[in-house]
Design a protein around this ligand. Sequence first.
Ligand code: FAD
Length: 279
Amino acid sequence: MLPPLIRGEHRSCFGVTEPDAGLDTTHISTFARRREDGGYVVNGRKVWTSTAQRADHILLVTRTTPIEDCERPTDGMSVFYTDFDRSKIDVHEIANMGRKAVDSNAIFIDGLEVPEEDRIGAEGEGFKVLLHGLNAERIIVAAAAVGFGMYVLEKAAAYARERVVFGRPIGQNQAIQHPLASVWMRLQAAELITYKAATLYDQGKPCGLEANTARNLAGSAAYEAAFRAVRTHGGFGFAQEYHVERYFRESVLNFIAPVSEELILSYVAEKALGMPKSY
Ligand SMILES: Cc1cc2nc3c(=O)[nH]c(=O)nc-3n(C[C@H](O)[C@H](O)[C@H](O)COP(=O)(O)OP(=O)(O)OC[C@H]3O[C@@H](n4cnc5c(N)ncnc54)[C@H](O)[C@@H]3O)c2cc1C
């Protein structure tokens, strides 16, 4: 599955989120029914599936046993990597506030046939398969947020150095300097915990806390960098010409996907501080 993806021959999308389950992934209802002559037939719907307009494959998370028949909610799920058969999947683009280079979609799956060999891992063990990839994703999006934050911060600093008001650069005012300096420090810290998470991941060690912390610190610092870039640009921060309004819109996603800030905080409270699970 991987070599054609890496060579760029396959374009894949990832279908986990469903409209009626949200972050509560074990409550998805997309179902892969086993056929007597082998393989599966999938019915269901997904939402926010990125790049489904152009994908030719999908990494698809389904139930293969209804949750009511499972001992634990995490049982009875399966993961497939299979052809994105457009005769069986309807794709509707969702208009949204950013990411114009990446389409977001609601998809409706009706009778998608999936051969047995397209299943990843054992049937019913899909939740474990899914978890295996999530920390890596958190680390990658944290690293992206650090880069985004540093880029936007430099744009703000450059404007602050050049824009002259009251006879001096606005960047000479501490009210402009301090928030930008504070974001710089937050981004440095976020970068370090991102590297720590990546190192643990590469060593095959547990890294859930570090990966989630990195994702949250980097994402919130990136958001602050973009917000401060808009503020530093004053009226022009609101104009499309300087792009900072766009970066600000893009940065909001850091609190939402691939996992929300609320869920990260709940996870850290539970795993780092030993408090009761709240979700
Ligand atoms: C641009 C974009 C691209 C995406 N790409 C993909 C993709 O390619 N594939 C895919 O499968 N998904 C994708 N997603 C989905 C994304 O992962 C989800 O939107 C995200 O996980 C949040 O789920 P939800 O939108 O259903 O929110 P909900 O689960 O409905 O939550 C709504 C709000 O309630 C809060 N909340 C819910 N439960 C609790 C609780 N117990 N405690 C505290 N707060 C709670 C959440 O934190 C959130 O703020 C994408 C989303 C976006 C916006």
